[in-house]
Write a protein that binds this ligand. Structure first.
Ligand code: ATP
Ligand code: MG
Length: 423
């Protein structure tokens, strides 16, 4: 017997009916984001490694230890995208989008790859939906994105949302803060986890993000980054929060939210919630402003604001069983006998092409089994076709909810079902 092959660790199959829940979520995102003026962009799943090293930053978890990097056949170093902001920025620059329009609003959805330790809500191939707005420095853009997300989760029935905002200021602000933080942490250096001891030298702000409990305890008394903000950064943050109030978005400030990535400036935020049992995997969304990234990647100075949400975590927090998200067929054509089955298949084809969701059986099985199947599918209408119906040219449409039947001519079946589909 040959050995069974399994999917790579941390990379999952998405099967029906679970996929229906995903589709429902993704179409809710699309429909909402489009109302806010965001249009879809698709970039390659693989990019040159240098893009992520320069875009995300060498001293980040992602670049240090989470990337799937490999040489292609010409020894070029490529990386499976661990996130999509860098790819969007690369694309924005490559196509000189800034020459076409002052403000660009993109959204994306797709798989990302990070070599991480597997846990519920944390995978090696996972999906993100995200948004990027290029060209607008206004704090109202930041607030609008947060409000859009809040509307998304609320509309989908995700409760206990926790919107947490902060500002990491400009490069100068961060430099000042970095010094204050290092001065505070230096006497405690030996109490930090191994990773954080290294972070002290490379990227000390990331210590605030560390998930090791002893590190989290230490930083509770760390200096507050908001106190290192210059007047412009402070004004931007205050205005952003006023807009959030205007949009009626409940939120709180947490000066320890700094996000792991190098490219953030000014606003950073996270939205937690939905699934009380997900622990450190309860962050549904992370985002922020990244006004220096485009320039850092060789483009013109361009302010930008964006976020990425985790689809798996969104799905885990959406109420309801996946089967509730499957659209049941409108009608089931049950057939009795070979001639009737042939006719049923032809009718089903015509109805499907005409836009209706119709279920029909290809196998020679009895009517009872077909009715059972119709019931299991949650079909609203059952139409039975046998010798009598073929002879008379008339069928009965049985309404499974109301438990009643009406007779229609076979040639009127399409319009009768259409009426019911839209009624
Ligand atoms: P975390 O702190 O949980 O590792 P992160 O800061 O690395 O998150 P981002 O890079 O900001 O995450 O990605 C945005 C969102 O994508 C996260 O809030 C989360 O919902 C989701 N996400 C990130 N990494 C994973 C993963 N390995 N598996 C599933 N979802 C993920
Ligand atoms: Mg991470």
């Amino acid at each position: 017997m040959s050995r069974v092959i399994k999917s790579p660790r941390g990379m999952n199959d998405l099967l029906p009916p679970e996929s229906s829940k995903w589709l429902y979520f993704e179409s809710a995102c699309r429909s909402l984001f489009e109302r806010f003026g965001y249009l879809e962009v698709r970039t390659p799943i693989v990019e040159s490694t240098e893009l992520f090293a320069r875009g995300i930053g060498e001293a980040t978890d992602i670049v240090e230890k989470e990337m799937y990097t490999f040489p292609d056949r010409k020894e070029r170093s490529l990386t499976m995208r661990p996130e999509m902001t860098a790819g969007c920025a690369r694309s924005y620059i490559e196509h000189a989008i800034h020459k076409r329009e002052p403000v660009t609003r993109w959204f994306y959805t797709g798989p990302m790859f990070r070599y991480e330790r597997m846990q519920t809500g944390r995978y090696r191939q996972f999906y993100q939906v995200g948004v990027e707005a290029f060209g607008a420095p206004e704090p109202s853009v930041d607030a609008e994105q947060i409000a859009m997300l809040y509307a998304l989760y609320t509309q989908l029935g995700v409760t206990d949302l926790d919107v947490v905002v902060n500002s990491v200021g400009t490069g100068d602000d961060r430099q000042r803060y970095r010094e204050a933080l290092v001065a505070f942490l230096t006497p405690h250096r030996s109490e930090l986890c191994e990773d954080c001891q290294r972070r002290m030298d490379t990227n000390p702000l990331r210590i605030l993000d560390c998930k090791v409990p002893s590190c989290q305890l230490l930083v509770v008394d760390a200096p507050n980054i908001l106190e290192s903000l210059g007047p412009d950064s402070r004004a931007h943050f205050d205005q952003m929060r006023r807009h959030l109030d205007g949009f009626e978005i409940p939120h709180r400030v947490n000066p320890r939210v700094v996000r792991g990535l190098d490219y953030y400036t000014a606003t950073v935020f996270e939205i937690l919630g939905g699934s009380a049992n997900l622990g450190t995997q309860s962050t549904l969304v992370g985002g922020g402003r990244y006004d220096t990234l485009i320039e850092r990647l060789g483009g013109p100075p361009t302010p930008a604001m964006g976020f990425a949400l985790g689809v798996e975590r969104a799905i885990l927090s959406l109420p309801g069983d996946p089967s509730e998200y499957v659209n049941a067929p409108l009608a089931y054509l049950a057939a009795h006998g070979t001639a009737a089955r042939e006719r049923a298949l032809a009718i089903a084809h015509r109805l499907r092409v005409a836009g209706l969701r119709i279920e029909v059986e290809h196998r020679e099985v009895g009517l009872k089994a077909q009715f059972k199947r119709a019931d299991k599918l949650g079909v609203r209408y059952v139409v039975t076709l046998g010798e009598d119906e073929l002879a008379s040219g008339e069928v009965k449409i049985r309404d499974m909810n109301r438990r009643q039947e009406i007779a229609v001519k076979l040639r009127d079946l399409e319009s009768a079902l259409k009426q019911r589909a839209h009624g």
